[in-house]
Design a protein around this ligand. Structure first.
Ligand code: ARG
Length: 588
C-alpha cells in the first residue's frame, strides 16, 4: 500500500485517531464558499446519485433557484465556474440539469477505506455522541400477559438503537419499563381470588394467568359488579393492601422468569428494570405540580387535563374516578425521574403506533411539569407498525396472540431443517440454526421502515436468496470461505489499491466508505432499517464483485487486493449485523 498522509503520521509515531477523508464535507465546504448558505445545510442537501455516470455526490440547485429567481441549471453553472476544489481530491465537476455532480478521486477513496480497515479494529466507530445521554425505553412486556410479537419488535428495535448509539459514542441507558402495574392487576387479583385453585400458575404462569385474565374479562362484561371489584382491587394494591401486594409480587416474579427465557434466546440486556410500579410513590409529586398549574380539572369524578387547545381532542386522564393512577401518570412520573437521574438529551419510547395518542398526551402534559426545555424537547415516540399474521392482527385480550418463545423456537427448528437439507455435513448445526433462525426473525423486524405494518411469513423470512437475515449471513460465510481458500488475509502492505479500480470493486468500496454515515443517519431518524437496507446493498455488491471478478488468481497481487476487499466486506457485514443484534456463523 502506498504511504498516504496517515502512513506518515504512523512513521512519525504520532498517535492520532485517524478518520477518513470526508468527501461530502469537502464538497459542501467548497460550495458554501460560493453560495450564501451555510455548510451544514448544504451538506444535508447533498445527494448520492444512483448511477456512477452522475458522479459520487450531487448538489441539487432547485431550492436556490426559488431564492435567486434563476434557473437551477444556470445556478449550477455559476457555482461550477467559481468553485475551488483540490483537483487531486475532486477530479471532475459536471452540470446535469439542475444538478452539480462531483466525481471523487477513486484511488484516494480506496486507500482511505483499506487503511482505516487495517488499523481500526472497530471500523466506523465514532466519538460523535460523546457527552450526550440517551435513554431508550423498550421491550416493556406486561406482567401476567404473554410476551407477544409486538414486544419482540420493541425489543429488537430498541436493542439495535441501543447498540448503534453506543457505537457512536453516546452514553446510553436501556430501560425495561415493565407493565407491572395498572387496573389489569385488579382484574387478575379478582380472578385469582375467585378461581385461583383451578389453575396451576406455578407450573405455567403466563398461560394460566392468561386464562384467568380472559375469564375475568368475560365476567366483567357480564356483570358490572365484578368490574367494580376489580377496580377496587387495584386501588387496594396502590394503597399497599397486604393480600393484594403479595399476589401481585407472585405474578411478577413468575412472569419475569418466563420472560427471561425469551431474553436469553435474544441475548437482551437492560440497564434498568424499573417498571410502572416503581413510580407508584413518585406520582403524588406529579399530581401536586399539575394541581398548581390550575389545569387539572374534574370531569365525571376523574381528574383530567384538557388538551383541546393543543390540537389533541382526547383529554389526558391523570387520576381515575376511584382515585387510582393511570398509565399516563406513571409515564409522567417516569419522565421526571429520568430527567433527574439520567439528565437525558433524548428519551426514546419504542412502542407500536397504537400508542401515538398516549405519547402525544404525555409529552404535552410533561411541558407543565416545570422541567427544563432540554428534557421536554428530547422526548420522542419511536413508533412501529403492527405485526400481522396471515390471519390478521393479534390481541392478548381475545387470547389469539402467539407466544414469542414458541415463535423463536419454531424459527430455530425451521432453520435447522433448511441447513439439514443444504449442508448435512455441517458441524455445530444447532448453534448455526439458532443464529440463522433468530437472525431471520430479528432482520425481518428491522428490514423495512418501522412504521410500516409487517407481515410475518416464514418462507419470506428464511429465504437464503431474499433480502433477509440469512442472506446476509450467507454472504458473510462466503467471504470467510474465500479467505480460507486464499490461505488467510494478506497484510495490508501487500495490497495494491490500484488493482481495485474496476466498477464492482469501487461500488463495494464506496458502500464500505459510507458505513459511519449510515449509522449517523440511523440515529438521526431512529430508523434501524437504514442499516438493514444498507447491509443488503453491501451483500449484493459483494455478490456482484464476487461473480464478476476472479478472486483466487494466478496473479498474486490481484488475489491479495481482492481477498483484502473480501475481508473488508465481511467486517462490515459482521459489524453491521452485530449492531442489529444478529450473530454471524462462520459456516452454514
Ligand atoms: N407495557 C406497555 C405495552 O405493552 C409498553 C410500555 C412502553 N413504555 C412506556 N414508558 N409507556 O404496551
Amino acid at each position: 500500500m502506498k504511504k498516504g498522509v496517515y502512513g506518515l503520521f504512523k512513521l512519525l509515531n504520532i498517535s492520532y485517531k485517524r478518520k477518513m477523508i470526508n468527501f461530502k464535507n469537502i464538497v459542501a465546504n467548497a460550495i458554501s464558499k460560493v453560495v450564501n448558505i451555510n455548510e451544514t445545510e448544504i451538506e444535508m442537501s447533498i445527494e448520492k446519485p444512483k448511477g456512477s455516470e452522475n458522479g459520487d455526490y450531487a448538489f441539487p440547485c432547485f431550492r436556490l433557484a426559488k431564492e435567486l429567481h434563476k434557473a437551477p441549471q444556470m445556478i449550477a453553472n455559476d457555482i461550477k465556474e467559481n468553485i475551488k476544489v483540490d483537483e487531486n481530491q475532486i477530479t471532475k465537476i459536471e452540470v446535469v440539469g439542475g444538478y452539480l455532480n462531483f466525481f471523487i478521486n477513486k484511488e484516494i477513496l480506496v486507500e482511505e477505506v483499506l487503511n482505516e480497515m487495517s488499523e481500526d479494529k472497530e471500523y466506523g466507530k465514532s466519538t460523535i455522541g460523546n457527552g450526550k445521554n440517551i435513554v431508550i425505553d423498550y421491550s416493556a412486556p406486561n406482567i401476567a400477559k404473554p410476551f407477544h410479537i409486538g414486544h419482540l419488535r420493541s425489543t429488537v428495535i430498541g436493542a439495535a438503537l441501543y447498540k448503534i448509539y453506543k457505537y457512536l459514542g453516546y452514553n446510553v441507558t436501556g430501560i425495561n419499563h415493565l407493565g407491572d402495574y395498572g387496573t389489569q392487576f385488579g382484574k387478575l387479583i379478582e380472578g385469582y381470588k375467585l378461581w385461583g385453585n383451578e389453575y396451576n400458575i406455578e407450573e405455567n404462569p403466563i398461560d394460566e394467568l392468561t386464562k384467568i385474565y380472559i375469564r375475568i374479562n368475560q365476567a366483567c362484561k357480564e356483570d358490572e359488579k365484578v368490574l367494580e371489584n376489580c377496580r377496587n382491587n387495584f386501588k387496594k394494591l396502590e394503597d399497599g393492601d397486604k393480600y393484594c401486594v403479595e399476589i401481585w409480587q407472585k405474578f411478577r416474579e413468575l412472569s419475569l422468569k418466563e420472560f427471561q427465557k425469551v431474553y436469553d434466546i435474544l441475548g437482551s440486556k437492560f440497564d434498568s428494570w424499573n417498571g410502572e410500579a416503581f413510580y407508584s410513590d413518585k406520582m403524588p409529586e406529579v399530581i401536586d405540580i399539575l394541581n398548581k398549574t390550575g389545569k387539572l380539572v374534574e370531569s365525571e369524578g376523574a381528574k383530567i387535563i384538557d388538551l383541546e387547545d393543543k390540537g389533541i381532542n382526547t383529554p389526558c386522564i391523570i387520576e381515575k374516578s376511584n382515585g387510582s393512577s393511570t398509565y399516563a401518570t406513571r409515564d409522567l412520573a417516569a419522565i421526571m425521574y429520568r430527567a433527574r437521574t439520567y439528565d437525558f438529551d433524548k428519551a426514546l419510547y419504542i412502542t407500536s403506533y397504537e400508542q401515538v395518542l398516549h405519547f402525544k398526551q404525555v409529552f404535552e402534559v410533561a411541558k407543565l411539569l416545570g422541567l427544563d426545555e432540554k428534557y421536554t424537547n428530547g422526548l420522542e415516540h419511536v413508533a412501529f407498525g403492527m405485526v400481522l399474521l396471515p390471519t390478521g392482527k393479534m390481541s392478548t385480550r381475545e387470547g389469539t396472540s402467539i407466544k414469542l418463545s414458541e415463535l423463536l423456537n419454531e424459527a430455530i427448528s425451521r432453520a435447522k431443517a433448511i441447513i439439514e437439507q443444504k449442508n448435512p455435513e455441517l458441524e455445530n448445526k444447532d448453534e448455526v440454526a439458532k443464529k440463522v433462525g433468530v437472525g431471520a426473525v430479528i432482520f425481518n423486524d428491522l428490514a423495512n421502515n418501522r412504521v410500516k405494518d409487517e407481515i410475518f411469513d416464514w418462507d419470506t423470512i428464511l429465504n437464503f436468496q431474499g433480502e433477509t437475515g440469512p442472506y446476509i449471513q450467507y454472504t458473510y460465510v462466503r467471504t470467510k470461505s474465500v479467505i480460507e481458500k486464499a490461505g488467510g488475509v494478506p497484510d495490508i502492505s501487500e495490497v495494491n489499491s490500484e488493482l481495485l479500480q474496476d466498477e464492482y470493486s469501487i461500488k463495494l468500496l464506496k458502500l464500505i466508505y459510507d458505513f459511519e454515515d449510515v449509522l449517523v443517519q440511523v440515529t438521526d431518524k431512529n430508523e434501524p432499517s437504514i442499516l438493514s437496507r444498507y447491509l443488503i446493498d453491501v451483500a449484493k455488491a459483494y455478490s456482484n464483485f464476487y461473480n464478476e471478478n476472479k478472486i483466487i488468481n494466478d496473479d498474486k497481487n490481484l488475489q491479495n487486493a481482492r481477498v483484502y476487499l473480501t475481508y473488508s466486506a465481511g467486517i462490515i457485514l459482521k459489524t453491521g449485523a452485530g449492531l442489529l443484534g444478529i450473530e454471524m456463523p462462520d459456516k452454514m
